[in-house]
Design a protein around this ligand. Sequence first.
Ligand code: ACO
Length: 328
Amino acid sequence: MPANITAVAHFVPPDVFPNSYFESRLDTSDEWIRTRTGIKERRFLLEGATSDLIVPAAKECLEQRGLTPEDIDCVIVCTVTPDNMFPSTAATVQRKLGLTKAWGFDLSAACSGFLYGLMTGAALVESKQVRRVLVCGADKMSSILNPDDRSTFILFGDGAGVVLIEHSEDNNIGIKDSILKMDGKGGDFLYMKSGGSANPPSHETVDNKEHYAVQDGQTVFKSAVVGMADVSAEIMEKNNLTADDITWLVPHQANLRIIDATARRMGLSPDKVMINIDRYGNTTAGTIPICLSELWQQGKLKYGDGVILASFGAGYTWGSIYLRWGMK
Ligand code: ACO
């Protein structure tokens, strides 16, 4: 019996920061940001933590299925901006939501976090270890952005998306296949230098701004264009899919040019590609479930639709998942 997404919801904070906000603070322009990335605005959470982004979306998932918190067996939080080093944000979410019967854990795979989490949650359900698992993709990127660095500050936003995974009786729908990859050599190009056990925080690390995300944008861009396009083509080939079999490509929202290259490689027309980077920027683990939630809310996902999810991010980590949409 396949694992299936049976509820999906998202939450983004109310405070909107258009590109013009950065024009007055950094040597940048709305035109540069829009043409290089596709971003027009993003949301930042002014008060609260990553768990506060997750809780409203998770509550909505429970409501969609008419479940109580006790019905959830497991919660996976995919994030690189946990509330604390420990306890896990999963434990904090469990407490805040009163998921008294759930165990859970955090999963760190940056922009690919949601795909890693979805695959893990699906495997737990398929192997009957759990009946219901909440997979949360969430990041408060504003907590690790250097406001003086124009090459990263403009790229990211805060947000969360949550899905519920359960068994399906219908073999035609659900999570069909996944290809997940990692190359640790990419760690030189996208990282946060200090704050972990390698370089514990000190006055010096903070003075040197080592608690902020650093990216060699061009190097990551070149790897992302190839990695996300290749893995998306690979999952199509592996499952004998043509462009006609796919209703939606739901890609990680890091850069419109990376998304376009992936769609071209898959032979998909632009109307089959979910895009909301213009409104939210890159919310890291949040992008894909936020996209799924918006597609669902807009009535653009139908039972049985072929969907490919694709991501590329820090690690490097990247991958794709093929599913048949299973919500009515
Ligand atoms: N405004 C104006 N100019 C800027 C800005 C800015 N905000 N940022 C950089 N520039 C300048 C650079 O300094 C450089 O100037 P120079 O030529 O004088 O040196 C010039 O613009 C070009 O910079 P590039 O970095 O080459 O610009 P590029 O076209 O590559 O775009 C970007 C940068 C948008 C970051 C792109 O490289 C990218 O999208 N990279 C991949 C991002 C990604 O996929 N990350 C992985 C996921 S994130 C995660 O896992 C957490």
